[in-house]
Design a binder for this molecule. Structure first.
Ligand SMILES: O=C(O)CCC(=O)C(=O)O
Length: 292
């Protein structure tokens, strides 16, 4: 669904929003089916947690980095309504999709409680500008229902946390915990918050529950001091299954060379085509790139 302007205002004013019904039922169904290519279903996990001991090693053990085994998951990261929302929020079509993670949490597997923090600490080498320039948007696409019992992210609305200094990065919530709001919503919701917003992960309070989400983060293109992932790092074979299916615009979000970029010449056109069978090279060829 197209994200309403009111959601943009919420993020500007309070620093976060949960938009219900972001994914269509069909998109959600396909993404959930694809989750099980990466994670045990809750009933499998809870039937024998000992068989899935990996998830007990840390609250982050259920994090899997992009790309994934199904494009039904991969495509969520550049869902047209998400890209449209980010363009409208940042006021720019020059976007940098800088982080994508899947995160599975199983009740009781690990301690998911976190100190209060702001995500710029691991998304930037510097600190946020309070005038709002250089903002980064962190998002969670809920792939399961997130209720109060499902360890929701607890967020301090901007107006309540704005006077808390940027340093130290992590601290025990203390009285500020009373100001936190749980980010709850049904599966298919989109939760957005800025990297200058105080928040923390929390523990499940219900037994036998599991939380699945895809985390997708964007910033305007061009900063050298901020980001989180280097896209070529993982799985050349999964990229080969994804990139030929993408549009030029979708590839551009990952920083792929644009049509007309100086990178393209007869050699690179031929060798990239060989690396990515099925990729239509016409846009890169027809933009009259410099020939080397
Ligand atoms: O998983 C969550 O609810 C929040 C996680 C988080 O804030 C973090 O790891 O930085």
């Amino acid at each position: 669904m197209r994200i309403p302007d009111a959601a943009i205002s919420e993020v500007r004013e309070h620093g976060f929003v949960v938009v219900e019904g972001f994914l269509s039922p069909a998109e959600l169904h396909a993404a959930r089916e694809a989750l099980w290519l990466h994670y045990p279903k809750p009933e499998e996990y809870f039937a024998d947690p000992g068989r899935h001991a990996k998830y007990a090693t840390s609250g982050f053990a259920g994090v899997e980095e992009f790309p994934y085994r199904s494009n039904d998951l991969n495509r969520l990261a550049f869902h047209p309504d998400l890209v449209d929302f980010v363009e409208r929020y940042l006021g720019s079509a020059e976007l940098h999709l800088y982080k994508i993670e899947l995160w599975a949490k199983y009740a009781g597997a690990a301690n998911y409680d976190q100190p209060l923090h702001r995500d710029y600490g691991s998304h930037s080498l510097v600190v946020p500008r309070v005038d709002g320039r250089y903002q980064q948007l962190t998002t969670f696409i809920f792939l399961s229902d997130v209720t109060e019992a499902d360890g929701p992210t607890r967020v301090v609305p901007y107006e309540r946390g704005r006077d808390v200094p940027f340093t130290p990065l992590y601290f025990e919530p203390g009285p500020l915990d009373a100001e936190t709001v749980p980010a709850v919503g049904p599966a298919g919701s989109l939760f957005v918050y800025r990297t200058d917003i105080l928040h923390r992960g929390s523990n499940f309070t219900g037994a036998g529950r599991a939380r699945f989400s895809m985390l997708v983060d964007y910033q305007a293109r061009g900063t050298t001091w901020a980001g989180k992932m280097a896209w070529p790092k993982h799985s050349p074979d999964l990229w080969a299954a994804l990139l030929p299916e993408c549009t030029v615009r979708e590839r551009d979000l990952f920083g792929f060379p644009r049509p007309g970029d100086d990178y393209w010449n007869e050699q690179t056109l031929a060798d990239v085509a060989a690396r990515y069978p099925g990729m239509d090279m016409t846009p890169y060829r027809s933009a009259d790139p410099p020939r080397g």
